[in-house]
Design a protein around this ligand. Structure first.
Ligand code: GLN
Length: 445
């Protein structure tokens, strides 16, 4: 009830929620109380949280930030939602996001932009901007996001909270509306690494309904939180401290690294030589997968349908023209082009080869160091409306998207401020190193 009141009071300004499900929440709270009384409660019983509107939720609108799905009531729950429910958490609603998770500022939402709670003239980051803003403003203690190219880590950095993108395959993608299936991964966004550890323990694990989820066991992420950091080898990728990095962000990151040195860590410079290919490779692969995934929105079975179609082609064309926003259309066109005969090898196959090199860069670096540290984003949150040109928006993703191409985990941790806007430290680990990342992040807090 406290958090529902907070939402009621503050979200008019922030626009971080697309749907608030107060009635269901209060019903679930009653169930939670009963479970607690009966001694059958799950580990997170009664903890309120919010879900990015990309997670399918039974009987609740699941819009993915798009007019296309404005009328879509999901008939089933995503596995992440099922697991959170079983643990006893209570969803208070669905958070705002860039349409189909395409964006870095939350300005591509059909439901309007989200404001950054630290400064209402700034963006909250994206695409999980609603989740980040809601946690930062204390409207919920935690929220779920998804990260295809930075969408958990960058908004977490912009809003001064902690956000973890797990290893690809760690968390089931079943029931999460697909953007780029080989990159998408869900993860927790919260006020601390400790809270993220509790949530990851609940949502991680194999799921027979997602063939890319791994069978590996789920460690106790909370238990390992205070393991000593003496001897920890930190690598600073020199490509992450180059041109375009805001001096305040660099300073905050370097100061954070000093804190780790004082905890017994050693620091050395490393190189990820293919870093500058990450944005071009990602913006071929992600739109290609998106153009394929989004072909299902045809106005036939669910989602937006145009009025009075006069034949099948008219139904498809107008439903899609009306239902999708500008950025989504741009990516469908790019993806369809790069997948077309004659261009496929030159773009898609080439990008996949580059992806392999980017992954190898990380594997080579992790031969020498335990974790990598750097900025989550080259700048703090920028002003709403400041980035009109799509390429300047894509360049925001420079430090986050290689991580998705490689499939490794990454966490963003609050590391200070620049002119009143938060700065995020990004910590990267090798595949399935989430326990280590959470421990390293926790000891900074
Ligand atoms: N900003 C990137 C994009 O627009 C990443 C988004 C995401 O991680 N979903 O594709």
């Amino acid at each position: 009830a406290h958090y529902l009141q907070r939402i009621e009071k503050a979200d008019g300004k922030l626009n971080s929620f697309i749907s608030v499900t107060a009635e269901q929440a209060l019903k679930h709270a009653e169930i939670a109380d009963n479970a607690r009384a009966a001694g059958t409660a799950g580990p997170l019983v009664g903890i309120p949280l919010a879900l990015k509107d990309i997670f399918c939720t039974r009987d609740v609108k699941t819009s993915c930030g798009s007019k296309m799905l404005d009328n879509f009531i999901a008939p089933y729950n995503a596995t992440v939602v099922e697991k959170l429910n079983a643990a006893g958490t209570i969803s208070l609603g669905k958070t705002n996001m860039d349409e189909f998770a395409m964006g870095s500022s939350n300005e591509n939402s059909y439901y309007g932009p989200v404001k950054n709670p630290w400064d209402l003239t700034a963006v909250p980051g994206g695409s999980s901007g609603g989740s980040a803003a809601a946690v930062a403003a204390g409207l919920v203690p935690a929220a779920m996001g998804t990260d295809t190219g930075g969408s958990i880590r960058q908004p977490a950095a912009f809003c001064g909270i902690t956000g973890l993108k797990p290893t690809y395959g760690r968390v089931s993608r079943f029931g999460i509306i697909a953007y780029a299936s080989s990159l998408d991964q869900a993860g927790p966004m919260a006020r601390s690494a400790e809270d993220c550890a509790h949530l990851l323990g609940v949502i991680a694990g194999h799921d027979g309904r997602d063939s890319t989820s791994v069978t590996r066991g789920v460690p106790d992420y909370v238990e390992s939180l205070n393991a000593p950091l003496s001897g920890l080898k930190i690598g600073l990728p020199k490509e992450y401290f180059g041109d375009g990095l805001d001096p305040d962000v660099e300073k905050a990151v370097r100061e954070a690294v000093k804190v780790y040195e004082s905890l017994g860590a050693t620091v050395r410079e490393v190189s990820l030589p293919h870093t500058h290919f990450a944005i071009p490779a990602y913006y071929v692969i992600a739109p290609a997968e998106a153009s394929s995934n989004l072909s299902r929105y045809d106005g036939v079975r669910f989602g937006h349908r145009c009025d009075n179609p006069h034949d099948l082609i008219d139904l498809y064309t107008r439903s899609r023209a009306e239902g999708f926003g500008e950025e989504v259309k741009r990516r469908i066109l790019i993806g369809t082009h790069t997948l077309s005969e004659g261009f496929f090898d030159a773009y898609y196959t080439k990008a996949q080869k580059v992806r392999r090199l980017i992954r190898q860069d990380f594997l080579d670096a992790f031969e020498d160091v335990d974790v990598l540290m750097g900025p989550a984003s080259p700048t703090p949150a920028f002003d709403l409306g400041a980035k009109k040109d799509p390429v300047s928006m894509y360049l925001q993703d420079i430090y986050t998207i290689a991580v998705n191409l490689a499939g490794i985990p990454g966490i963003s941790v609050p590391a200070g401020f620049s002119n009143g806007r938060p700065v995020g430290l990004q910590i990267l680990g090798t595949h399935f190193a989430e326990a280590q990342l959470l421990n390293v992040a926790h000891q900074f807090q």
